[in-house]
Design a protein around this ligand. Structure first.
Ligand code: KIV
Length: 268
């Protein structure tokens, strides 16, 4: 195993100009594969709701569900930094509530940092959580927990006023003490400007190549998407095809009685 990835280590990667590779994970076997492959950060995203549970968006995900999946990922992880997403309504009500929930999530899941969505509006919350020594990763631009307010999953920051607002959000997240910042679905030029202005690393998804790192949802990378494929996704393999072929072969062999063979059977 290479050296354990830590929060200061992630900040140093930006200083050294070494790009950060982050992926989501939701279970032990996949986490083990990603960790052994050398990914720097594993995020148990609230995308678990849509990816693993079939919810239409991330809003129904609960703290208990996040903890359950994160404990599974932690059991498969030795090297990567472990980040847990704070789900909708676990940090929006009050600073006290946010601190209590962040503390519970770290304590019960084994994660090393929390991620939460929002910029200027979340300044107080981020600062309060950092003040109790829980590292926070910010997330601005397209923030899926604001789906209804945004009116859909759309690229953010194309118009001048929105562009200025996202820049302000980025600065607010850094000032509040976050150790890194996810930039989701914003124009490449804006992501570049933010990355150059901030001292903390930016991690992009649909934000172009200038970010200090990249993140993808693991099911998207593995081609387990189905029909819907956002522009920013690259699938490196077609696992739907691979799985379908394996299962069709199994069904055929069961019907033809060519599985199980002697090799897979027990005898007296
Ligand atoms: O929930 C998630 O998976 C995320 C990443 C896409 C950044 O927030």
């Amino acid at each position: 195993m290479k050296e354990k990835v830590t929060v200061p280590g992630i900040r140093e990667m930006k200083e050294r100009g070494k790009k950060i590779a982050m992926l989501t994970a939701y279970d032990t076997p996949v986490a083990r594969i990603l960790d052994e492959a050398g990914v720097d950060i594993l995020l148990v995203g609230d995308s678990v709701g849509s990816v693993m549970a079939g919810y239409p968006n991330t809003l129904p995900v609960t703290i208990d569900e996040m903890i359950y999946h994160t404990r599974a990922v932690v059991r498969g992880t030795k090297r990567a930094l472990m980040v847990i997403d704070m789900p909708f309504m676990s940090y929006q009500i009050s600073v006290e509530d946010a601190k209590r929930n962040a503390g519970r999530m770290i304590k019960e899941s084994g994660a090393e940092a929390v991620k939460l969505e929002g910029g200027t509006k979340m300044k107080g919350v981020i600062k309060a959580i950092v003040d109790i020594d829980i590292p926070v990763m910010g997330h601005i631009g397209l923030t899926p927990q604001s789906i209804h307010q945004m009116g859909g999953y759309k690229v953010q920051g194309k118009m001048e006023e929105q562009r200025r607002k996202i820049l302000e959000d980025a600065l607010a997240v850094e000032e509040s003490g976050a150790f890194s910042l996810v930039l989701e679905c914003i124009p490449v030029e804006l992501a570049q400007e933010i990355t150059e202005k901030l001292t903390i690393p930016t991690i992009g998804i649909g934000a172009g190549t200038h970010c200090d790192g990249q993140v993808l949802v693991i099911h998207d990378l593995l081609g387990l998407l189905g029909e819907f494929r956002p522009k920013f996704v690259k699938s490196y393999v077609d696992l739907i095809g691979v799985i379908s072929q394996a299962v069709e072969e199994y069904i055929k062999e069961v019907r033809e009685e060519t599985f199980p063979t002697r090799e897979h059977s027990f005898y007296l």
